[in-house]
Design a protein around this ligand. Sequence first.
Ligand code: THU
Length: 128
Amino acid sequence: MDGLMAAALAARANALAPFSGFRVGAAVEDDNGRIHTGCNIENASFGLTICAERVAVFKALSEGSRAFRRLAVAADSDRLTPPCGACRQILWEFCGNIEVVLVNLTGNTESHRMSDLLPEPFDASLLR
Ligand code: THU
């Protein structure tokens, strides 16, 4: 278990998930080696819930980070939890083809590339 996965697991402790009970933590490492964390934040509207991955990336962007190396996602699931579709779009746009590491509470891990998680992506290169 490396520091990025440990940070994602620790961030999970702050999850606000009273409706689903499904707590998620995420941690993204920027190109300076700085780690930014996030957790899922649910609310009574349900639809305005934001996932741990987007919280981590938006926090990092708002702190001025613009390039990223890796992202870790931590959840309590036997089948490891990958980013949802909305998060994949945001990760592709702001982080590019980074490595996405999934981890659960028993320490099982899996690694994926964003290009595998989001094949044939829509992005700004098409807006020409
Ligand atoms: N969730 C995340 O935070 N990240 C994922 O990768 C999958 C889903 C959250 C959203 C919601 O609060 C809860 O998990 C159940 O979908």
